[in-house]
Design a protein around this ligand. Structure first.
Ligand code: AMP
Ligand code: MG
Length: 338
């Protein structure tokens, strides 16, 4: 058990230690103000080029962290008392939920539609069964997977936007893990903009919203190598406001009998999606990037790239299981592979 916990949290611990070595909460490097906090199971960092009214900027950054914590407590399946927790614990009942939950669920259902079910916010029971968070060492039985899979399906989410309620049918449980992080960092970015912070990055473990510029230069973003921790697989220079999100089979997983079992499930089998190691998506906002990213991971190279190409303002890079990289048209020439 101890080994499990260590293995589950080792990458996180390494990241935290690195951050601690580099900083004590705030870091300033060539005029860049950075602050980090542990949220959504990862290290969230807000970076702001240190210009303008310093006290106002710091207050806005603090407020943005507070807002992210508040939203995590609404949208998290494992957060006792969250909207999602209430829904999952009250089957068949119209539950009043916050405007943010209505929003995130509506967006989740929309992406589910356009990805023809590859993105699915109703995999709560399967995620509870696989329980990647607490260090599972072997896959669940096929019978258990089959059973949990039966309690899923977006048609079982009854949403009443004007009444402000959601009802879950057929014993399904919601899991917004594939979209919540994006939704939450979008809101943090909106808050910063509303407080007059013009240039910043909100980075939640590699999923980021990038706004404005770092001085006169574009932001240079490194994309995590799916197998070599701490190494980048490519760089991309960002000179416009954009969200970049990556989904990978290395984020939460265990190895059993030489096979990798990771946290992105194929809704048609109930088992981890096969074929890819990572997907990176850029979009105008992080909630769309986040959900599309997870969907493309499930769809694989061909169908995934078709989905990316069919959507305006969305680009992507797919890394398949052999490490082969595929870029959508709009990223060619922008992403510099290493
Ligand atoms: P991401 O890291 O954004 O790709 O999201 C992975 C998380 O999304 C998992 O930890 C689950 O909470 C949830 N998830 C897993 N499979 C799916 C899926 N097919 N559709 C939507 N959400 C999923
Ligand atoms: Mg996602």
């Amino acid at each position: 058990m101890k080994r499990n916990i260590l293995r589950t949290f080792l990458p996180l611990i390494v990241v935290i230690l690195m951050l601690l070595l580099l900083s004590t909460g705030n870091r300033e490097e060539s005029g860049l103000f950075r602050r980090t906090r542990l949220l959504m199971g990862t290290v969230v960092e807000i970076s702001v080029p240190g210009e303008g009214d310093r006290a106002r900027m710091e207050a806005a950054v603090d407020e943005a962290f507070g807002e992210m914590a508040r939203l995590e407590n609404l949208l998290g399946r494992r957060q006792k008392g969250s909207d999602v927790w209430k829904l999952n614990h009250n089957p068949g009942v119209d539950i009043p939920v916050s405007a943010e939950t209505l929003d995130a669920v509506s967006e989740g259902l929309r992406i589910s539609d356009i990805s023809r079910g590859a993105f699915d916010i109703t995999l709560g029971r399967l995620m509870e069964l696989w329980n990647f968070e607490d260090g599972r060492e072997a896959p669940p039985s096929p019978e258990a997977v089959e059973k949990a899979l039966k309690s899923s399906g977006s048609g079982n989410v009854k949403i009443d936007v004007s009444g402000g309620t959601i009802r879950l049918l057929s014993g399904i449980h919601l899991d917004l893990g594939g979209i919540a992080k994006g939704y939450i960092i979008d809101r943090a970015a909106e808050l910063l903009v509303g407080r007059g912070v013009k240039n910043f990055i909100v980075n939640a473990g590699g999923d980021m919203v990038i706004t404005g510029r770092k001085g006169k230069k574009p932001w240079r973003i490194g994309l995590q190598h799916p197998r070599r921790e701490g190494e980048v697989v490519a760089h991309v220079d960002i000179d416009e406001d954009v969200a970049i999100v990556t989904s990978g089979d290395y984020e939460r997983y265990f190895i059993h009998d030489g096979r990798r079992y990771h946290h992105i499930l194929n809704p048609s089998t109930g088992y981890p999606a096969e074929g890819l190691m990572s997907v990176t998506i850029t979009a105008g906002d992080a909630k769309t990037a986040d959900a599309i990213c997870t969907a493309v991971f499930v769809l694989g190279v061909e169908e995934g790239m078709e989905l990316i190409d069919s959507l305006d303002g969305i680009e992507g890079m797919i890394v398949d299981r052999d490490g082969e990289k595929y870029l959508s048209a709009g990223l060619k020439g922008k992403v510099v592979p290493r």
